[in-house]
Design a protein around this ligand. Sequence first.
Ligand code: FMN
Length: 380
Amino acid sequence: MSYNRKRQNLLNKYPAIHDLMLKAKKRIPEVAWAYLQTGTTHEHLLERNLDAFKDVVLIPSFCKGQLAPKVETSILGQTFSAPFGIAPIGLCGLMWPKIEVLLAQSAARNSIPYCLSTVTTETPETVGPHVGSMGWFQLYPPREMDLCKTILDRASSSGFDTLVITVDIPIPSRRERTKRAGLTTPPKITPKFIWQGLTHPSWTIGTLKRGLPRLRAVEEYSEFRSMMSVEKFVAGQLGGNISWDYCQKIREYWKGPVVIKGLLHPEDAEQAAHLGFDGIVVSNHGARQFDAAPSPLEVLPEIVRLVKGRTTIIMDSGVRSGLDVLRALSLGAEFVLLGRAFIYGVGAIGRYGGDHVYEIIKGDLINNMVNLGIESFSEL
Ligand SMILES: Cc1cc2nc3c(=O)[nH]c(=O)nc-3n(C[C@H](O)[C@H](O)[C@H](O)COP(=O)(O)O)c2cc1C
């Protein structure tokens, strides 16, 4: 069957992110699924993130002749084929073996950014050659500057050009859903897990081939290689409450653009712009950190009023369609990241799952631009 025919079949079978989610849920073991889906505390923010999009209405305008929307977008000194990219997801290999490499390849094929997490299950050296010029690297800043520089050097020499510093994890959050599912460190091999392995054969075969997911990029800095020791290292050495001073030191060290991820407070956005950071990601970490936080859409207009034009405004958390992307752009965001949606894609259909998510989101974006009566984002 030709590539185009296959593509069309997939688009007919899984026309929306929701369809990919339902399929992925069947192919990913329950414990990994809980890790992917969890929010924090009562998980109210998960719903708030999705609901906030419904409240953004756009008034269509008609009789404009034939419209041919252009969605290519330039930010941070680079041009992308669409105004969205792939958000950093830690412990990705738990959801699907080698998923970082697969998503990096999808990003390179489709000219959208792929952001690799510090707590990745594949190293920057492994992923870098697949991502081409589309690589962003996300940093949970190590408390010690020497270690920080070592990690930055590795990311940079592996070909990652844009640095994303995540600042919204001052302390590990409570994620009750993962506890209920029985995710512990180190993982305990219980009859329940063996059963989950047996009932998810594609995941299990891939995982046996690749080896159990480990934090391969940072495990060498922990005293021992055991999962428990690496987790202790991550909790003790990465992230925590870092300061603007520290972020500035990183900025001076890194040669490419530097983006601060995880801001919601307009004063923090103002500070990032004032200090000259190239971009910010307005995000509540996909509802995983602080259940009383607002949805990024609720704070976007004020942040846009304060800093638009001085720093690039990116948003994420809850984006599930091209229309969501359009809504975020209509409130002043310049670019959008999607986290879970891309994992659903690979979980559902494997190697080309990231390409399929790209097709769905881009197709929906273009369709809704025509429905709205615009050809470019500047008309929003
Ligand atoms: C399973 C999972 C792991 C994540 N790991 C990281 C991470 O390592 N670094 C980071 O900056 N953000 C991380 N995030 C947050 C995402 O980068 C992004 O902000 C979020 O997923 C966006 O929300 P969405 O999933 O609704 O699109 C993670 C999110 C999920 C769901």
